[in-house]
Design a protein around this ligand. Structure first.
Ligand code: SF4
Ligand code: SF4
Length: 267
């Protein structure tokens, strides 16, 4: 841990960043984000297997952007998110100072996103076997059974939007669900409104989800909504050979087209 503290301290001291985002652990053992602005506060930083939150979500916040150059401690899913966000032109190389701990326990400081891309591809996490099994089971159901399954799961959604707030890939300044002129998605949490919200959310994340599972982890109703984006990712991979969070250059199926596409509607 001392090596991490020293790294954060030196980044803040040499002016590479004026804010460093990391994890901290409370006396009760609770893991929360911490925002370190002074070198002497670097002792607050903590890292362990219990650090699950995807800290990339904070880099979109204006309060964070106001600091100018920002440092961030990134687990592998945070690295994937940063790479995807970079590919989507939402951050620049010179804005972030990214640090991780590699599988051998050594601190790694990245000079640029090319280095992050190489690291992520060498260390990419295997898909969660439990999620894959559940997606497989759902895929084997009939369309009607699947519809009933999701209707039932999503019926408990209270539209708190914690899933949106926790997702680093949900960064629009104004979300469609917050628009009321026109009102595309009805606001009360009833069956139709819930389905509309979740279809919209899943489609906006299709092929962009880095599979960090934050959305499902923070859901107070225990809805396994990450399965929707995991399935869509799988489809994007099979159909277009695309996997989110592995490339620093955008090659996104839903924002490109080919005039010789096999589907006629494109012409
Ligand atoms: S976190 Fe859960 S309950 Fe809240 S909006 Fe998302 S799915 Fe619905
Ligand atoms: S798993 Fe959920 S929170 Fe993580 S990137 Fe995908 S949709 Fe967003």
């Amino acid at each position: 841990m001392q090596e991490l503290h020293n790294k954060i301290k030196s980044i803040l001291e040499n002016g590479s960043a004026s804010l460093f985002i990391a994890y901290q652990k409370s006396r009760e053992g609770k893991i929360t984000p911490t925002f370190i602005t002074k070198p002497e506060q670097s002792q607050k930083a903590y890292f362990g297997d219990d650090c699950k939150q995807n800290l990339a979500v904070y880099i979109h916040k204006q309060e964070v952007k106001n600091f100018g150059k920002v440092g961030i401690f990134a687990n592998i899913y945070t690295l994937k998110s940063l790479l995807q966000i970079y590919a989507e032109n939402q951050i620049r190389d010179d804005y972030l100072k990214v640090v991780t701990i590699n599988p051998n326990g050594a601190i790694v400081e990245f000079a640029n996103f090319m280095e992050i891309e190489n690291y992520v591809n060498e260390n990419k996490p295997a898909p969660n076997p439990e999620d894959m099994e559940r997606v497989e089971k759902l895929s084997n159901l009939s369309r009607e059974e699947r519809w009933d399954y999701w209707l039932n799961e999503l019926s408990t959604c209270i539209k708190c939007y914690a899933c949106r707030a926790a997702c680093p890939m949900c960064y629009c300044t104004k979300c469609t669900v917050d628009c009321n002129q026109p009102q595309w998605i009805s606001t009360p949490s009833h069956s139709l409104g819930n389905i509309e919200w979740h279809i919209m959310r899943a489609m906006h994340l299709a092929g962009r989800c880095v599979e960090c599972n934050e959305c499902a982890r923070v859901c107070p109703m225990d809805i396994p909504l990450n399965l929707l984006t995991v399935k869509l990712n799988d489809t994007a991979n099979i159909e277009f050979g695309q996997q989110a969070g592995l490339k620093g250059e955008l090659d996104y199926a839903l924002s490109t087209f080919k005039v010789d596409d096999k589907e006629n509607f494109i012409r």
